[in-house]
Every structure is written in structure tokens, then in C-alpha cells.
Design a protein around this ligand. Structure first.
Ligand code: 13P
Ligand code: SF4
Length: 348
């Protein structure tokens, strides 16, 4: 019940006290009340690159979701610690693939396809999934580099298993010129491959998805185009392929921000991604006609778990010498995951 102004003052004081020993990073979906304290903000790729490059900060407070904090822990040294202000800030998509399911899928797919298959995981996955992928010669991708890295991987293996986001996987495969016949779906709960012609498969998608980006629909784009014929629509690649096909542009959160920045004054743009980010852009560019593609409940409730009270609590704990919610990945898992992350960083 402490007033926000007192929490703001305490956070500022602790930041000052720790100086360069403390780095607060925030994903673009974070709320303004958290964002105001970020020393750096970014999409998943940029935040991973910042963690890998930073050797100075003893503590990184990660305002984002659990897989991002795990990634930062894996990419930083043993002398650095990563804190997630609320450990309940997960990612429902990352939770759609676990190691048990992946091991089962892998054994069936490698025997069906004579081992000529490479695993690729979206960064929105647990450290254990990244570890399996790294230990099997595979690589991590983010929404910023998926096209480049999947294209690289397709030259190295006849088939790819792409997990957990079927939409990013499908959008990337189709953008690279593959056809629907080249794309199959692994139904994880049924432990079954869905494919019209298994011999033609190049990319097998895990059947995960993002519940936030599922809420963008072709009908919303059609309604806006009917009202504003000049409108441009940009969406995140976690949206279903039919939505991406109906939009004018597709890109990561960083690419969406760049697109809006570069649009001319007065440009009318509808944006299909988390509404904390879209709302911030609308406020930031009043001279452009920016709007939500879907104004209703398209905010990531998991990202939203990080708020001012959780950030203030995390910094209080740090200042008291008893840091809470330190994210530590088991070293065995971290070593496999680091291989997959390092491959991504060198290819980005
Ligand atoms: P970006 O890497 O594009 O920021 O996406 C992260 C994410 O979780 C989108 O839902
Ligand atoms: Fe995960 Fe979707 Fe939230 Fe991104 S928006 S963190 S993919 S649940």
C-alpha cells in the first residue's frame, strides 16, 4: 500500500547507490512505470546481446519474462547475478514445450528421417529446451534473426524441427520460399506428426503459440482497411500466417518501433502486438495516426507481472544484502543452452 512516489524515490536512490554495479534492462512490452528506470531497453535479441557484452554490472535486474532472465544468466559470468523482480512472470508459449516431450518427439522424428534433422528453438523457450537444442547441434533464433538463421540451417540439414512457436516457424519458412507442403506440424500432446507428404517436409513445427498474438485477426485488418483505405498494418511474426499475409509489414518489437519512427508525419498505422508497447508509441508520436489493431485485452499478462512494487521490492532486497528472485540456471543445462545461444549470437 506504499504510495508510488515513495517507491519511485527509493528505486532512484538504490540505483544511484549501486552505480555501474547495477544494470536494469527492460523488454519493450514493459509498463511505463517500470520502463522509466531502464538503463537499456530492447527486443529479445538486443537484450541477449547486452547481457553477453556486459562485464561490469554485478547485478542485472531483468524486467521481462523468465526465459529472458535465464538467457541473461547463461550469457553472463559466474560473478554476475540476474534478478527477475517477479518469478511468476513466465511465458505461456515457452511453457508449451518441455524436455520430456522433446525427447519423445526427437526419438520418433530422427528414426523416421534417418537423423538428417536439426533442432531450432525460438528464444521463447526454457533453458532446458535450449540445452537439448545446443547439445544436438542446433541454434536459438529470435523474431529479429529467424529468417537469416533458418535459412542458414536449411543449408545444413534436410529437415528442421522448429519449436515452440508454430507461427514464427511457419511465417519464416514461407518467407524463405518454402511451400505449405514443405511444412509439417508436430502435435506434442498426441506425440504425432501431421503432414500431407512426409517426404516433402523441410520444417516441422512444434504446435505452440502465443495467446496474446492469437488475438489479432484478418477481420480486424479488413475492417480498418474499409474505414481507412490508406492505412498500413504492421504485426509481430507470432501472429498467424493469414494475419501476417493480410498485413503490410511484419517484424520484431524493435522492427515495429523502427517502422513507426521512420513513417512520415500523419501516417496512419495499425499495430498488432502487445498493447503496452502500442500505447507507448501512440503517446510518443502524437503527430502520427497510430492505433491498436485490436484494442481489447492484447497485453501480455505475464510481462505485466513486473510492476513498480515488484521492482521496488527487488531493489530493496538487493540493497539489504539479501537479493531475492535470483535466476540461476543449473550449470549442466546452461552449458548446452550456451552453445545454442552462442551460435545465434555469432550468426546475428
Ligand atoms: P521480440 O523479440 O520481438 O521483442 O519478441 C518477444 C516476445 O515475447 C514477443 O511476444
Ligand atoms: Fe510469451 Fe506471448 Fe507474452 Fe511474448 S507476448 S512473453 S510470447 S506470452
Amino acid at each position: 500500500d506504499e504510495p508510488a512516489v515513495a517507491q519511485v524515490a527509493r528505486i532512484q536512490k538504490i540505483k544511484q547507490q549501486f552505480g555501474a554495479d547495477l544494470l536494469i534492462v527492460a523488454h519493450h512490452y514493459q509498463k511505463d512505470e517500470v520502463m522509466q528506470f531502464a538503463d537499456a531497453r530492447g527486443d529479445s535479441l538486443k537484450l541477449a546481446q547486452i547481457a553477453a557484452a556486459n562485464q561490469q554490472a554485478k547485478t542485472i535486474v531483468f524486467c521481462g519474462v523468465h526465459f529472458m532472465a535465464e538467457t541473461a544468466d547463461i550469457l553472463t559470468s559466474d560473478q554476475q547475478q540476474v534478478i527477475l523482480p517477479d518469478p511468476m512472470a513466465g511465458c505461456s508459449m515457452a511453457d508449451m514445450a518441455n524436455s520430456f516431450q522433446l525427447t519423445q518427439a526427437w526419438s520418433l522424428l530422427t528414426s523416421q528421417f534417418d537423423d538428417d534433422i536439426l533442432p531450432i528453438t525460438y528464444v521463447n523457450s526454457t533453458a532446458a529446451i535450449k540445452s537439448f537444442v545446443g547439445d544436438h547441434g542446433g541454434v536459438v533464433v529470435t523474431s529479429s534473426n529467424a529468417k537469416k538463421i533458418v535459412s542458414w540451417a536449411l543449408q545444413r540439414a534436410k529437415r528442421l524441427l522448429f519449436l515452440p512457436d508454430q507461427h514464427l516457424g511457419r511465417n519464416t519458412a514461407l518467407a524463405l520460399g518454402l511451400t505449405p507442403a514443405n511444412i509439417g506440424l508436430w502435435q506434442a500432446r498426441a506425440n504425432r506428426l501431421q503432414a500431407t507428404n512426409p517426404a516433402a517436409l523441410r520444417v516441422i513445427l512444434w504446435d505452440g503459440y502465443c495467446s496474446v498474438h492469437q488475438q489479432f485477426k484478418v477481420a480486424q485488418i479488413a475492417a480498418l482497411r474499409a474505414q481507412y483505405p490508406e492505412i498500413k498494418v504492421i504485426v509481430h511474426p507470432e501472429c498467424a500466417h493469414e494475419v501476417v499475409a493480410a498485413a503490410d509489414e511484419v517484424g520484431s518489437t524493435a522492427a515495429i518501433i523502427d517502422y513507426v519512427q521512420q513513417a512520415p508525419r500523419g501516417a496512419r498505422i495499425a499495430i498488432g502486438t502487445d498493447n503496452n508497447l502500442v500505447g507507448r508509441l501512440i503517446k510518443q508520436y502524437p503527430e502520427k495516426q497510430l492505433m491498436f489493431l485490436n484494442p481489447f485485452s492484447c497485453s501480455c499478462i505475464l510481462m505485466n507481472r513486473i510492476d513498480l512494487p515488484h521492482l521496488a521490492w527487488a531493489l530493496d532486497q538487493l540493497a539489504s544484502g539479501q537479493p531475492g528472485n535470483v535466476i540461476t540456471v543449473n550449470p549442466e543445462i546452461a552449458s548446452g543452452a550456451k552453445k545454442a545461444l552462442d551460435r545465434m549470437l555469432s550468426l546475428s
